[in-house]
Design a protein around this ligand. Structure first.
Ligand SMILES: O=C(O)CCC(=O)C(=O)O
Ligand SMILES: [Fe+2]
Length: 221
């Protein structure tokens, strides 16, 4: 049985050939609405630069980030607990809409703003303990189309999906265990892109690692 509820699973095709579930809904949000949501998210969200320590050096993460959610959906990063910012009206409306589509619930969202084609996300999987044993993640994209790549940990198979304006990608089951994913730099500088990954964070009392903990990334250059 699919990670999605039954009536959806009949019409949606799992794109992962093994180890997990991957669904893509191209026009989850219509183009016109996606234009206005993109502008609002860009303007309203508290986008910030983040630094990580890599090989003993502080480097800027090559994108801007923000973290929103229910109070208590805390992630631990650089030895500090980070409380999410409270839901904005736009984020909450998107959360509810995705929840009713998938029949799953989320308590937080990680925002990534790729300012241009030089911004990227390195190979990683989202399998931190706070996300539970088989994380279910809904990823909504706005703005410039970017390539999303997945690579199987054992077979090396590579999948590539064009994440278009207004599209929704769902990752579930064992996907985070079997595969890594990345958003490589674009071939052309291009325009900005916003990605929202809706997640469920389980109580911090049970877990100690970070939601960003395994995100292997490279510096902006
Ligand atoms: O920008 C994307 O599409 C991917 C984001 C992602 O993998 C993440 O936030 O963990
Ligand atoms: Fe990810």
């Amino acid at each position: 049985m699919s990670v999605l509820d039954i009536h959806k699973s009949e019409s949606m095709h799992n794109l992962a050939p093994r180890d997990g579930e991957l669904y893509f809904v191209e026009n989850f949000v219509s183009r016109e609405e996606a234009d206005s949501i993109h502008a609002r998210l860009r303007q309203d969200l508290a986008w910030r630069e983040e630094e990580i320590v890599m090989f003993g050096r502080r480097v800027k993460v090559p994108r801007l980030v923000c973290w929103y959610g229910d109070a208590g959906a805390v992630y631990r990063y650089s030895g500090v607990d980070h409380e999410p910012l409270p839901w904005t009206e736009t984020l909450l409306a998107l959360k509810v809409r995705i929840e009713s589509f998938c029949g799953r619930q989320f308590n937080s969202v990680l925002g990534n703003l790729y300012r241009d084609g030089l911004d990227s996300m390195g190979w990683h999987s989202d399998k931190e303990k706070e996300l539970g044993p088989n994380p279910f993640i809904a990823s909504l994209s706005f703005g410039a189309e970017r390539r999303f790549k997945l690579r199987h940990n054992k077979t090396g198979e590579v999948l590539e999906i064009a994440l278009t304006h207004g599209s929704l990608l769902l990752m579930g089951g064992r996907l985070q265990h079997g595969w890594r994913h990345s958003v490589p730099k674009a071939r052309e500088p291009g325009a900005a892109r916003i990605n929202l990954t809706f997640r469920t964070i389980f109580p911090k009392s049970l877990f100690k690692t970070s939601v960003f903990g395994s995100v292997n990334t490279w510096a902006r250059s």
